[in-house]
Ligand binder design. Sequence first.
Ligand code: FAD
Length: 776
Amino acid sequence: MLVIGHVSFHNTARAVLCQFSRYLSRYAVCSMPCEVKPRFVVLYGSQKGQAQSLAEGIAEEAQEHGLVAELSCLNQNEKYNLEKETAPVVFIVSTTGDGEPPDNALKFVKNIKKKTLPTDHYTHLCYALLALGDTNYANFCNCGKTIERRLQELGGKQFYATGYADDGTGLEVVVDPWLEGLWKAIKAALSEMASDRTGYLTGEAGNSPKDAPDSSIPDVQLSLLSITDQQNCISAKSSVETVSELASAASSSVSASTTQTAVTDLGPASPLGNDRLASQLHDAASVSSSKPGTQTTEAGVPPVALAASLTCSLPPLSESSLNVPALPPPYLDVSLQEVNFVEQIDGPLNKETLSEVPVSKAVQLTRGDSVKTALLLELDISAYSMMTYQPGDSFDVFCPNNATEVEDMLHRLALHDNRNHQVHISLCTDTKKKGAQVPPYIPQNISLLYLFTWCLEIRSIPKKAFLRALVEHTGDNVQRRRLQELCSKQGAADYNLYIRDQSLSVLELLSAFPSCSPPLSLLIEHLPKLQPRPYSAASSCLRHPGKLHFVFNVVEFPACSLRPAGRQGLCTGWLFDLISPVLDFCGKDESSSSLALPKIHVKLRPNCSFRPPSDPSVPFIMVGPGTGVAPFIGFLQQREKEKQEKPEATFGETWLFFGCRHRNRDFLFREELEGFVSGGILNHLKVCFSRDNQEEEGRPKYVQDNLLINRKHVIDVLLQQNGYLFVCGDAKNMAKDVNDTLMEMIKTELQVDQLDAMKTLAGLREEKRYLQDIWG
Ligand code: FAD
């Protein structure tokens, strides 16, 4: 039977036919003959794939809810038409950089921001929006907020409360309940919209124009569902699988004959074998925040203290029923072909769009006994005119995955012997995945070795959807259960503790779950693209023509049970290894001067707002502890040149707030900064040392302490002299602390309350006089 009750018909036959055909095209016809399901639209804007994979998840789940989703990326505007859209629209958008839209949403955001759009442009549109962001960065969820604001200004109706998910604290905290409530909200929106259309049919909306466009749907006032209302929402049971396998997992592991699952004298309460118990205790010891528990053996053996670990859980989690995400449908066919000759492509993807530049100098800026190792690299960019940069710009460094980890991964997947085989990737013909496509960043005819070296981020932290997919390829029942727990709603805390907070890599996860043997296609489906790492220019072209300096700390991940030797950051560790021989040459050993200079692939990332004021008479304040000082070296070098060229010009005051641990170990650019002060380029250099003179109470330890001490001047520069404030460096702590301190300073100095202080800071941001370039 064809369901037509929700169609809006007009009186004339032409209108009926017109509307009916529109209806047919807008309601999907499903596999059951003549059955139609209501449709909705899912649009995403995604930089690193998170928003895309959430949008795809929604599209995949739609069928279980009796709905049809039309999925498009925001830049595929030939696939959707918001101007005429009559179905609910769900937006999933992330934010990148300094509050910028992702690349594939740029055009959409530009269009929706057009001032020429009439205020009723989207009155027909019902939408829900999930914004992804990171509170460690300025302009949290800015892209989502911008789209939301414009949709509202243009008359769009929100049918479900907007979710603002924070990667800084864990996206799932907001995403999971938001997704859970979404289905009820979509159905409510559909039924409101349908009953509204039925109104036309029965003549209640008799004044609607003949053959009206779909935008003739009258305004619908849909109830807002708040995220905190989730308990009132229908549980999205059909979107998740309920798992309560613990008992069976434990008992089947008892009967399993492998050594990994054999249960010995711990008794049936423990599903773990001795080997794994030992490793688990080791794990437990390394995770101080895990809560210890006890398990008593049947034989009356004294209880063994246990703690949860990556591979082991405790009650109540180990005994609870689980809501795990729906299994992501596989969508890639991958085959390997032995070829006589594999073209040895070396270097990153799209090499032709990058500049391969020599490292002409490498200097260690910190003393050997410093906690962190900071290095300065000088690149010779003289052969590349497109690398001309301004102070404040950054550039991307393209690095490969660690060669040993690539080898380990190939061994772990039992593919090491095939490493030179050619990889062929195509779409599964029968995939149920919406919008499935072969990852566009993986070129044709590459070897398996190249795939793992340059295309996939094998260090990436496994997402829950990936864990869910791995369950299907895990033989051991206890391991299966643990993977289910880690991706379940109930296991969210364990996921954060053992996977997210430890920056666990896919390889480390696979090592901990030895019975898991995923096919190569699964890794290609789930691992993100290997991303370049950006670094801020720490020089000015005026002072160093043809050269580009940058500074970085070698990132160190501490040792833990799964990573006994610790590890270095991917790019900083690679750079460190690469330049170590040259570092000797520059710093100590003249005899190694014959060494060839290493080359790296880079690409400029202009930053049009993080620039010194164009009017040199405007004062500015720079806050840059540690390597955050990098762009300010460029600012000051530029100012020095400008002063030399125009000595008669008026130059505003410059302030730099710098901080490090010890004056004699990690005071980066000390001589250069002191030279700027004596040359009158830098008027105020305020430095603090967090670990020197610790016993002396009241001494400034952090940059924000020095800001507070100088608050009258700082406030004067910003609010009386219309000056600028630049903050660069660690996003996690410093930038937040500086922001909080600024708020306090404004409150005290202007005698205003918190709200007004916030407004003042927001105003400075809006005017682009309070600018951040932060990372971490
Ligand atoms: P990965 O293997 O990618 O591991 C990174 C992880 O380590 C992060 O997820 C984080 O949790 C952790 N981490 C610990 N310490 C740091 C840290 N200091 N920086 C980043 N992540 C850390 N870095 C600089 O040292 N100097 C710069 O001038 C600089 N400029 C940047 C400019 C921009 C616009 C951005 C977005 C980032 C900048 N960064 C800078 C950070 C840099 O891009 C890398 O993230 C950093 O060097 C770590 O890369 P990695 O591959 O070694 O670490």
